[in-house]
Design a protein around this ligand. Structure first.
Ligand code: SAM
Length: 256
């Protein structure tokens, strides 16, 4: 599949499903197992100028603003997602701005203009080349000392797990190295029993770290391998238990 087709399949998926993503409190698996940890990695956010790339309907943008960010701007490829984010902003104004845009082209931002760039489950929709383009743009717009925080599905996860509730990417067998840059469908469930269709353009750990290095990030990143914790089990054992002891997501923070 070409890069253009990847983009239009992503745009179509999210335009179709935007309303299913709207939530005011944690609902899907990764709202518990990833986003709280990614947001914590963004701290301290008070007073910062923040860009949320692949902001979706604004779940993380809203939380970053509530945590005291001075400015939050969200961009997303999907008009449906941006409409959903803008509607929530109209109903409960937090002072966040949203626009339709692409992660690989951030030319509306000047060099060094942003303090914190956040990208929560964006890169699983980008090819290796697009990931490199995006990270180069992120490095350009971050001020010296500014931070880049992002989360991705753990690259090993799809190869350690069958396609089953409550989270999977269907890679069909082995191919950790040979299936780089190929796109696979996946599903992630909400605690209410419904699910969200998601996608993965598979990249290895090396692909992510090479992209950071090529973009000019040369400080030591902080890396967290996110998983089901005892606190999750205490909340809802039947939902989280089958994923216990599996590497679900990576959260990475790197400074410019
Ligand atoms: C899994 S959703 C996550 C949304 C949001 N970050 C959250 O945590 O709720 C991925 C989002 O990335 C967006 N996206 C995918 N490719 C993109 C691109 N090239 N540029 C901007 N946004 C993109 C999708 O439209 C979708 O809204």
């Amino acid at each position: 599949m070409s890069t253009l087709n990847h983009k239009s399949s992503t745009r179509n998926l999210y335009n179709r499903t935007a309303s299913e993503w709207i939530r005011g409190e944690p609902s899907s698996l990764s709202d518990f197992t990833a986003r709280p940890f990614v947001l914590e990695l963004c701290e301290p956010v008070a007073g910062l100028r923040v860009l949320d790339i692949g902001c979706g309907e604004g779940y993380c943008s809203r939380e970053l603003r509530r945590r005291g960010a001075a400015q939050v701007h969200g961009i997303d490829l999907s008009q449906g997602m941006i409409a959903a984010a803008s509607l929530q902003e109209a109903e409960d104004a937090l002072g966040i701005s949203y626009e339709v845009g692409c992660a690989t082209d951030l030319k509306q931002f000047d060099n060094g203009e942003i303090d914190l760039v956040v990208a929560v489950f964006l890169f699983n929709y980008l090819t290796i080349a697009q990931t490199q383009e995006c990270m180069a743009e992120v490095a350009r717009i971050l001020r010296p000392g500014g931070r880049f925080v992002f989360s991705v599905p753990h690259p090993s996860f799809p190869y350690m797990r069958e396609a089953a509730y409550p989270f999977y990417f269907q890679v069909d067998g082995t191919g950790y190295f040979s299936k780089r840059d190929q796109q696979f469908p996946g599903r992630i469930w909400k605690r209410d029993g419904s699910w969200l269709n998601v996608q993965l353009i598979h990249k290895t750990l090396e692909d992510y770290f090479n992209a950071l290095k090529n973009a000019g990030f040369n400080t030591m990143p902080i890396l967290q391998e996110l998983r089901v914790t005892p606190e999750h089990i205490a909340i809802d054992e039947s939902f989280f238990n089958s994923l216990l002891d599996q590497p679900l997501h990576l959260a990475i923070q790197v400074s410019r």
